[in-house]
Design a protein around this ligand. Structure first.
Ligand code: DGJ
Length: 736
């Protein structure tokens, strides 16, 4: 809900989970509050004038506007930190004085042109648009705010209403102060003039094959920054940042979070000033993005999703999961049960053939698998990773009956057929490169740096986009392909388009993303029934931007069950299980060499979109039986894991155990796992959460437990002997 006070001086966005209050202080837009709800009705909101708080922002010792809680900090007017907006003007200075001009409420939630965004929750949705203007340059900023399912969506449209060009160097999607609450614990150095408790900063740090490990540390007294300059959201950092009360846990305490709906380079930071707040922001990375704004032109920032939780990190995750499950993207697959798939990558690598794929599919079918995915190596002369990206025609030596013939044979087994692509790439050794050596990102006169022996197509170019769209349409129409794995296996270097003029070269990375989003929109629109899964060397582009077009992502190339406990646990901070691909692979594991039991591999994979990444013929009879039972269990629980509430119970980062729980109104699925076996082990207990205390829950052996007992007394975690053991317990709520 949105309240605008009659004098248009303050604006209150409120819902059941938060309030966000902005104030027009003589033309300067301040953020006076972001936190627990202050109002539930328009009457309550009207009574909530926070102007008295202005007294807590007296003039700085030297400058009138120093350390104010600006909603859009700009440059050169008293804010001495990193700005949210910076526009260099024709006179050569970068002063940007954005003054409040008007406020309006528009019905619904307008889509962001060319960019993925959350869709409106219902027909009563409304958007607050605040217009600010720099009178000297004519730069106009329209800030948009919509509340969806307890979260706040924010983006900005910058328009040059002046007569001279402007160069945008900073254009954050969201920026907001988070309170340092007064206490006794923090700020021991006394470096700040107030006694704040301090805040913890939380983000998801990683690398290839070990993505999204939560990092939590005191924000300190300076600027804490995370970023990607890679042209992809990246394995190393996810476009997510949160500040939390140092005492916040999984279930209690305050958390303020920002997540960017974008798949390219980004920056997020928490700036600590000599003020009773830390300044949180997220958006395009100023290091990699610039934009020339000619008179009359507009620039739309990507959307940021802001979450406030008074119920700790678990509460934050519930809000993000619900939002991304229900209001992100347009694929009909979002709400469908996802097929159990088998992928041949770790079974054959490039050495695939029709015969091998059919053998894998035939065995997999017997286990209950529903979708056969053929991975890299099916096209051109792609016998290894040195060649052929761009030559998207099936290799007849490997596939004598073509894609069509193979798909028909897989379909005849009663399975769907899926295919791997890496459409954004080009191998120097390819017919495509020989025909279009200028189609890759490059700078004339400089080396073209290869990664995995490949270059990146200049997707900012319309002719390249058109080629990609036509290619995807051609291949997807040539056979009954019902699933696509869209991969992207390297980061950008020499990230400049040869067709842009010098003044616009720095626009390449964002133009690439806009081009990619155009391609994805056209291709997914043309094939709405195809299930798309995104991938980037595993989870190198696991973000809400990609999830808009493709409802699931390959979470990581690391399929080891112990590693997956951590990867899926960390990913769940922001992204729902319905977004995560999770597969059983062969042992010894190809990434870490570890040998884990089939049961553990499968039970961990139940925590996402279940699949297999192996040749079933290599399995022992005992493992085949176990795999078939796990696949049957995946089908039983997949509606629960896709749509239920997810809770992290025990962290694998701080203990020898891991436990998580899925629950809906009818059922609960509990996973617990132990990494290393211990002698004389006395079962630890796991405490469930969010159940109906008075309800009775029945396990698969008919044993009954009250919800209160499961939550307060807990369940003993008993394990079989040996390392790397797990158990899942499925509980059904009794109707009587
Ligand atoms: C990286 C992916 O993450 C793998 O699953 C596989 O598809 C390879 N690329 C193929 O090149």
């Amino acid at each position: 809900m949105i309240y605008i006070d009659p004098s248009k001086q303050w604006f209150h966005l409120y819902c059941e989970t938060f309030s966000y209050v902005l104030y027009n202080a003589d033309g300067t837009l301040l953020n006076l509050y972001w936190g627990a709800p202050l109002a539930h009705t328009a009457e309550e909101a009207a009574r909530c004038d926070l102007s008295y708080l202005l007294s807590s922002f007296p003039s700085g010792s030297s400058f009138e506007l120093e350390n104010r809680p600006f909603e859009v900090p700009a440059v050169g007017t008293g804010w001495f930190g990193d700005p949210a907006v910076r526009a260099v003007n024709e006179a050569g200075d970068d002063l940007t004085q954005l003054t409040f001009e008007s406020a309006a409420i528009v019905p619904g939630k307008p889509a962001l042109p060319g960019l993925p965004s959350v869709s409106a929750e219902n027909e009563t949705a409304e958007t607050l648009e605040l217009t600010l203007r720099d009178s000297l340059t004519g730069l106009q900023a329209v800030l948009s705010y919509t509340i969806t399912a307890g979260t706040l969506e924010r983006h900005m449209v910058l328009t040059n209403n002046g007569t001279a060009p402007l160069t945008l160097t900073h254009m954050a999607s969201a920026s907001a102060p988070v309170p340092f609450k007064t206490g006794t614990a923090g700020n021991p150095s006394g470096a700040l003039s107030f006694a704040g408790e301090g805040l913890d900063v939380i983000h998801l740090r990683g690398a290839w094959a070990r993505e999204r490990r939560p990092v939590r540390t005191s924000v300190g007294l300076s600027t804490y920054k995370i970023e990607s300059q890679r042209g992809a959201s990246g394995h190393e950092e996810n476009p997510f940042i949160a500040l939390a009360a140092p005492t916040a846990t999984e279930t209690s305490g305050e958390v303020w979070a920002m997540n960017l709906v974008y798949s390219g380079s980004f920056a997020a930071e928490a700036q600590v000033k000599d003020a009773p707040f830390a300044y949180l922001s997220i958006g395009l990375n100023p290091m990699t993005h610039r934009w020339c704004l000619a008179p009359g032109e507009s620039f739309v920032t990507p959307e940021a999703v802001l979450v406030y939780s008074a119920e700790g990190l678990g509460g934050m995750s519930h809000l993000y999961h619900k939002l991304y499950r229900n209001y992100l993207g347009h694929s009909p697959w979002r709400f469908r049960e996802r097929p159990v798939l088998i992928n041949n990558w770790e079974a054959t690598y490039f050495n695939l053939s029709e015969e091998k794929i059919l053998a894998i599919a035939g065995e997999a079918k017997k286990l209950g698998v529903e979708l056969m995915v053929m991975d890299d190596g099916w096209f051109g002369n792609r016998f290894d990773d040195h060649r052929a990206l761009g030559d998207w025609v099936e290799n007849r030596e490997k596939l004598p009956n073509g894609l069509k013939g193979l798909a028909e044979k897989v379909n005849a087994l009663g399975m769907m057929f899926g295919l791997w692509f890496e459409p954004e790439m080009i191998s120097p050794d390819s017919d495509l490169y020989r025909a279009h050596p200028d189609w890759c990102l490059h700078v004339n006169g400089r080396r073209r740096t290869e990664g995995r022996n490949q270059l990146i197509l200049d997707v900012s170019r319309k002719d390249v986009q058109d080629f990609m769209i036509a290619m995807m349409k051609r291949v997807l129409s040539s056979a009954n392909i019902q699933y696509v794995k869209w991969d992207m296996n390297r980061n950008m270097t020499e990230a400049f388009s040869s067709v842009l003029p010098a003044a616009q070269k720095m626009e390449t990375q964002h133009r690439y993303m806009l081009g990619l989003y155009r391609v994805l929109q056209e291709v997914t629109d043309a094939f709405p029934e195809v299930l798309f899964e995104s991938c980037s060397g595993g989870g190198g582009r696991f973000d809400a931007g990609m999830l808009y077009y493709m409802p699931q992502t390959w979470t990581s190339d690391d399929t080891d069950a112990v590693e997956r406990l951590k990867i899926q646990y960390g990913t769940s901070y922001v992204y729902p299980a319905s977004a995560m691909g999770a597969h059983i692979s062969i042992v010894p594991n190809h990434q870490v060499g570890r040998v884990t039991p089939m049961k553990t591999r499968g039970e961990v994979a139940l925590g996402g979109n279940f699949g297999l990444e192996l040749d079933p013929a290599q399995l022992s009879e005992e493992d085949k039986k176990e795999a078939a039972a796990l696949i049957a269990r995946a089908k039983t629980v997949r509606s629960l894991t896709a749509n239920g509430r997810f809770d992290r119970l025990i962290s694998p980062f701080v203990s020898n155990y891991c436990a998580w729980q899925f629950s809906d109104d009818d059922r609960v699925l509990l996973l617990f796992a132990q990494v290393l076996a211990q002698p004389n082990y006395i079962p630890q207990r796991v405490y469930l959460t969010g159940l109906y205390p008075a309800a009775l829950y029945e396990d698969e052996d008919g044993r009954l437990y009250s919800g209160a007992a499961l939550m307060q007394a807990g369940l003993p975690m008993e394990f079989a002997r040996g390392d790397y053991q797990s158990r899942t317990i499925l509980l059904t709520k009794r109707k009587d």
